[in-house]
Design a protein around this ligand. Structure first.
Ligand code: PLP
Length: 375
């Protein structure tokens, strides 16, 4: 049975070049980058080269990149530090953010009694910008936290427009760009976002490593206590081999961004066409011009198929998901789907099919044939 992996928004397979780079780094850069002797200096200079490379790829300066264990940590750090260091009294976010943003915000609300406002989401899954402007007309110190690309339905936030609005109202702007980094060109010298986060395993790099972009002169502090690594902003010995792997993965992703995007877009169009032919009443969740890598569809199957669908596909060797959190065995929709669909539509099976450059038309054919057998 051919295995089909169509859950690339959850994680992506690592590239052989990335694994090779990491093995090399484990062999030759094993010194502690904080040590002052040769072994340490070798590791440190390799790591700083990585920082510089990532900064160049994203058009920012190397000092603005801080390595973390992934996006969850980076989001938690930025959100908490915005309250404790920048003294924001309010966070504006949306109900369709990833839990790595929603849950820290709820914790901060409980701990610091900050105001939390949720900007309206339109039925096509996009942010209602006029509502954001309305919310920002209140004047307390505010952080806006809105993701660049939604991980379940793939809608794309107009980063520049939101950054302009935030600037106009003197609010800080944080964006979780986990699903866009390495897929959509981002020039941080052109868009006035204050904070951004990325995660290597979403662009064919290793798990357990990511980074935060902290705009220069934004005075945030660490939430961890320990050594002086990462200028004291993120104590703990840096995972040099992970950082090397992440850098290699980002380099490959960004150097091939356009060609990969076009290939994946074509595959997505093929999937839409195949699904529409097989199931004429299929509905695409989210707007049509969302990111090429994510396709979320509502299948015209009976409601009792909803909870079992991922299992049934898994038995045929096909990996897709129903959303970011594990909703296996549950009839409840994901929090994103619940926000944009009517209660009736929420009962129908919605699935997220997410692509990478490794997927083929055969993968899509196998998925559609499997769905026909389940219908
Ligand atoms: N933010 C988004 C949008 C994601 O898709 C994910 C991964 O599922 C995360 C944050 C969490 O990233 P990490 O696995 O690096 O903690």
């Amino acid at each position: 049975m051919k295995k089909v992996y169509l859950d690339n928004a959850a994680t992506t397979p690592m590239l052989p070049e990335v694994i090779e780079e990491m093995v090399q780094s484990m062999n030759s850069d094993f010194g502690n980058p904080s040590a002052t002797y040769g072994f340490g200096r070798t590791a440190k200079s390799k790591m700083e080269l990585c920082r510089k490379t990532i900064a160049q790829l994203l058009s920012c300066s190397a000092q603005e990149i801080i390595f973390t264990s992934g996006a969850t940590e980076a989001n938690n750090w930025i959100l908490r530090s915005a309250v404790t260091t920048l003294k924001v009294e309010r966070i504006i976010t949306s109900k369709i953010e990833h839990h790595a943003v929603l849950h820290p915000i709820l914790a901060l609300q409980k701990e610091f009694d900050i105001q939390v406002d949720y900007v309206d989401i339109l039925p096509n899954g996009t942010v209602k910008l006029s509502h954001l402007t309305d919310l920002l007309s209140q004047t307390q110190p505010t952080l806006v936290s809105l993701m660049h690309v939604n991980n379940e339905i793939g809608t794309i936030l107009p980063l520049d427009d939101v950054a302009q609005i935030c600037k106009q109202y003197q609010a800080y702007f944080h964006s979780d760009a986990v699903q866009s980094i390495g897929k959509i060109a981002i020039k941080l010298n052109e868009v006035s976002v204050d904070f951004m986060v990325g995660s290597a395993h979403k662009f064919h790099g290793p798990k357990g490593v990511g980074f935060a972009f902290i705009r220069k002169q934004t005075p945030i502090q660490s939430i961890l206590f320990g050594g002086e690594q990462e200028k004291g902003l993120r104590p703990g010995t840096e995972a040099t081999h992970q950082i090397a792997g992440m850098t290699k993965a980002l380099q490959i992703a960004i150097n091939n961004l356009e060609v990969n995007y076009t290939t994946i877009q074509q595959l997505k169009s093929y999937a839409v066409q195949r699904l529409k032919t097989a199931f004429p009443d299929v509905i695409i969740n989210g707007e049509s011009k969302n990111i090429a890598t994510i396709l979320n569809v509502q299948l015209p199957f009976s409601n009792d198929k909803t909870s079992m669908l991922p299992f049934l596909l898994d038995m045929k060797g096909i990996a897709i998901s129903r959303g970011s959190a594990c909703q296996s065995g549950s009839n409840l929709p994901s929090h994103v789907i619940a926000e944009i669909l009517s209660p009736e539509a929420q009962l129908k099976p919605s699935i997220r099919i997410s692509f990478s450059k490794f997927n083929t038309q055969e993968d899509v054919d196998l998925l559609v044939e499997a769905l026909k057998m389940i219908e």
